[in-house]
Ligand binder design. Structure first.
Ligand SMILES: [Zn+2]
Ligand SMILES: [Zn+2]
Length: 276
């Protein structure tokens, strides 16, 4: 599959594609880091079906394709799955879906936000905006609309093409947010339901520490539901965690920190001015 400039409307992308490399977490799980958000790849490099989870910020299409081709050759993913519709997770979705001619799956409660029908409440700068200012050039100028490619995820929790994986509805950060979970080895992909880098701090983006944090505060719309969702995730007792922001985590350290966050959610995750 040869990448042609005319195929992708991202003419301002200039980047040495040698640097676009996915990092392997498990033999069938890898991630590629866009400016702040992770793009996940589920599936072994030689498997018939593999999925791309989230697509990072805009203008990363060519880099994502380069990272994908290094891992999967010219085998396109069977579909794109979105954990939710925030701009830092869906930025390159349309171009990628068009390029590979694949569907984009998202939870039915989130679908209006990626089909031009609804927009999220604006980011709340009063909670601290470190990464926010870094990301501002990527803010969408108009409502996101991938109507041609979007499909709702099946209601029974199944992930298309991957039998072993299920999705779990984890509202709070956004209404139709989902995480992906594989019970056999307790692998968890969380989008923004929990993250491993403190997104309100600009410094955290450059000094990655492995720590479990609550959802990015400036876009979280419902803190009560967000807490319920974090408790749900702690009960899964995950062994491996790959979140939407930050580095992967595993084992006892992951579970201890996740339980600590679930048990002390109000103190640890909710910004001071949002507590009541
Ligand atoms: Zn988000
Ligand atoms: Zn995010």
């Amino acid at each position: 599959m040869k990448l042609m400039d005319k195929d992708i409307d991202n003419s301002n992308e200039e980047f040495d594609m040698d640097h676009a490399v996915a990092e392997e977490v498990l033999d069938d799980l890898a991630f590629y880091r866009t400016i702040v958000a992770n793009v996940c790849m589920i599936g072994k490099p030689d498997s018939d079906n593999w999925l791309l989870v989230d697509t990072g910020v805009a203008h990363y299409t060519k880099r994502i394709i380069a990272a994908v081709e290094k891992r999967f050759g010219d085998k396109a993913p069977s579909a794109i799955i979105l954990t939710h519709g925030h701009f830092d997770h869906v930025g390159s979705s349309k171009e990628l879906a068009k390029y590979w001619d694949v569907p984009i799956y998202i939870h039915s409660d989130e679908i209006d936000y990626v089909t031009g029908k609804d927009t999220y409440p604006p980011a709340d700068p009063t909670v601290g905006g470190g990464t926010l200012s870094l990301l501002s050039p990527f803010f969408p100028q108009k409502p996101v609309n991938f109507k041609k490619w979007v499909k709702p995820l099946p209601e029974n929790g199944e992930i298309p093409f991957l039998d072993e994986w299920k999705y779990i509805h984890t509202p709070g950060h956004s209404p139709g947010h989902i995480v992906l979970f594989r019970e056999s080895d307790r692998t968890l992909i969380t989008g923004d339901a929990i993250v491993t880098e403190k997104p309100e701090s600009a410094v955290a983006v450059f000094i990655p520490l492995q720590k479990v944090y609550g959802p990015p505060a400036y876009f979280t719309s419902d803190w009560v539901k967000a807490e319920e969702s974090v408790k749900k995730l702690a009960a899964l007792e995950p062994e491996t965690l790959l979140s939407g922001h930050g580095l992967p985590m595993e084992g006892d350290l992951l579970r201890e920190q996740l339980h600590d966050l679930a048990d002390n959610f109000i103190e640890q995750a909710i910004p001071k001015n949002k507590k009541h």
